[in-house]
Write a protein that binds this ligand. Structure first.
Ligand code: BG6
Length: 516
């Protein structure tokens, strides 16, 4: 039987994408960075591909006073700058822009929601949107509870048990809470007003093609899965390096830091997809059940010996691509004595039958030498009886799943160097590249996710228990770091792969970080 939250995402019965349903999308925080850089370009690209519902409107809700035309003009500029498809097609831009409406309002103001309600009713008549709503919360996290409560008070979200003709969904941006307790209370709060299947907790990594391909790669090929366990795998390294710094987000970053911004969500999504058991179906809940199970099996970090498992770093000034860049403490809105982390390296273990004893090494950082996200799976060495001294440790079979950029998968294997002289063995690479095989740029993650929210498919969104399990793992570490003096920051120069002492995480067992 199909999972109730049936997924179209990977493949439904006919392998057809369900069409997005008529709706109005209301974006809260519509003058913010996320809306400009990601949400509006994604909507525009959906529009030009014909993937937006025919009956559609978008209401941009924000606090600033702005005229409709002024907002649309700003949008046009943003799309020129950030859309993945260029140049902007003016013929398609015009009808698209006419579906976007600016609504000035405060997130906690009764009258502003009443006005919104009336306006949405007018749009339903004008655009035939049938009362269906996607509310996208792209504001600062502190507004999430307020907005959800206001939506409920003004009957803008529906009780799905009673209403069958129309639907309302709420997309909540990350971070969902800032530790276990705050995530639990946010969860409790939103659950008073919404059913779980109305809540779409976004983690845009799940919208990436390469991330969706992880399950296809694992479960649609017969040769990898039999090896996918502690009998054949030596270690798994998940790296998310960014060459950019924290940009204009100093204030947010001072509160969040690397664990909250990147590890607790994006890296844990990658880790759970690469390590979970095969789900019973491709349904949303079946996949999410397996992700939660594996997250629950991660061994809690030993807080008494934190330094053996986790290293925190902060970038100082340095060079990226030959250009001089500031250190974290010199960035805008950052305390000049800040001890916030911009790099982290971790060793985790999954205490289950499949993974017992296999270290998972995770690292993420800002201002690394280059932008790269990848999962590297190193297989065990062969028994050293035949080619003694010829196959060195560094030549272990290695599978690299490149999430971005240069999306693809490569397998490093050992090969005989051709020739008549003494036997020599050298590692060579078998390489698959998305660009070469498919010849087109994959859609942006937000396109996929926005589309899924209009279709009603929650597979690529995080379920409440997933988020909470991840917070449960990281909250003790956050507290341990908070409760002891952190000295010696900054401890890596911009343009390097984190501090020197990150090496001790892998070196204590004779392994090393992969050079990416
Ligand atoms: C966001 C983080 O969630 O992901 C940013 O808040 C980070 O700090 C970004 O830069 C990375 O996303 P991507 O898609 O560029 O890898």
């Amino acid at each position: 039987m199909n999972d109730p939250t049936f997924a179209n995402t990977f493949a439904d019965q006919e392998n057809q994408l369900k069409p997005a349903q008529p709706c109005v999308m209301v974006i809260f925080g519509a003058t913010g960075d996320l809306t400009a850089r990601k949400l509006m370009p994604a909507l525009y690209n959906l529009a030009i591909q014909g993937l937006l519902p025919k009956d559609f409107a978008c209401v941009a809700f924000a606090r600033r006073d702005k005229k409709q035309e002024e907002f649309r003009q700003e949008l046009y500029e943003d799309i020129k700058k950030y859309s993945r498809t260029q140049p902007v097609d003016d013929k398609k831009w015009k009808p698209f822009s006419e579906k976007i409406f600016y609504h000035q309002g405060n997130f906690d103001n009764h009258d502003d929601y009443e006005r919104l309600k009336k306006f949405l009713a007018t749009l339903d008549k004008q655009c035939n949107t049938k009362g269906n709503r996607v509310f996208y919360l792209a504001t600062q996290p502190s507004f999430f509870p307020v907005i959800v409560e206001q939506l409920h008070k003004h009957k803008l979200v529906y009780n799905e048990k009673v209403e069958h003709e129309r639907w309302s969904r709420v997309v909540i941006e990350k971070p969902f809470g800032h530790d276990l307790n705050s995530a639990l209370s946010l969860q409790k709060h939103v659950k008073q007003f919404l059913e779980e299947n109305q809540i779409y907790r976004i983690d845009h990594y799940l919208g990436k093609e390469t991330v969706q391909n992880l399950l296809v790669f694992r479960f649609a090929n017969s040769i990898f899965e039999p090896l996918w366990n502690n009998r054949y795998i030596d270690n798994i390294q998940i790296t998310m390096g960014e060459s950019i710094g924290i940009g204009t987000r100093g204030r947010f970053w001072e509160e969040a830091g690397i664990l909250r911004d990147i590890v607790q969500n994006h890296l844990m999504q990658l880790m759970s997809l690469v390590s979970m058991e095969p789900p019973v179906s491709m349904g949303a809940n079946a996949i999410r059940d397996e992700k939660v199970k594996v997250l629950q099996a991660i061994r809690p970090i030993d807080i008494n010996n934190v330094d053996d498992y986790a290293v925190l770093g902060q970038y100082g000034p340095g060079y990226i691509n030959g250009e001089e860049v500031k250190g974290y403490r010199e960035e805008d809105n950052v305390d000049p004595h800040s001890v916030q982390g911009t790099f982290v390296a971790l060793e985790l273990f999954i205490d289950n039958w499949r993974w017992s004893g296999v270290p998972f090494y995770l690292r993420a950082g800002k201002r690394m030498a280059k932008r790269v996200t990848e999962i590297a799976i190193t297989f065990n060495q062969v028994p050293g009886v035949l080619f003694k001294g010829k196959v060195d440790k560094k030549g272990q079979t290695l599978l690299v799943i490149r999430i971005q950029p240069d999306e693809g998968i490569s397998l490093r294997i050992n090969c005989k160097v051709p020739g008549l002289s003494a036997l020599s063995i050298q590692p060579v690479k078998m390489d698959f590249r998305y660009g070469t095989s498919f010849g087109e740029t994959p859609p942006d993650a937000y396109e996929r996710l926005i589309c899924d929210s209009m279709v009603g498919d929650g597979t690529l969104f995080a379920r409440g228990d997933e988020v909470l399990t991840s917070w449960k793992l990281y909250t003790p570490l956050l507290e341990a770091w908070q409760n002891r003096p952190r000295t010696g920051f900054p401890n890596y120069s911009a343009g390097r792969w984190g501090p020197e002492n990150a090496n001790r995480i892998t070196e204590k067992t004779g392994r090393s970080w992969r050079l990416v």
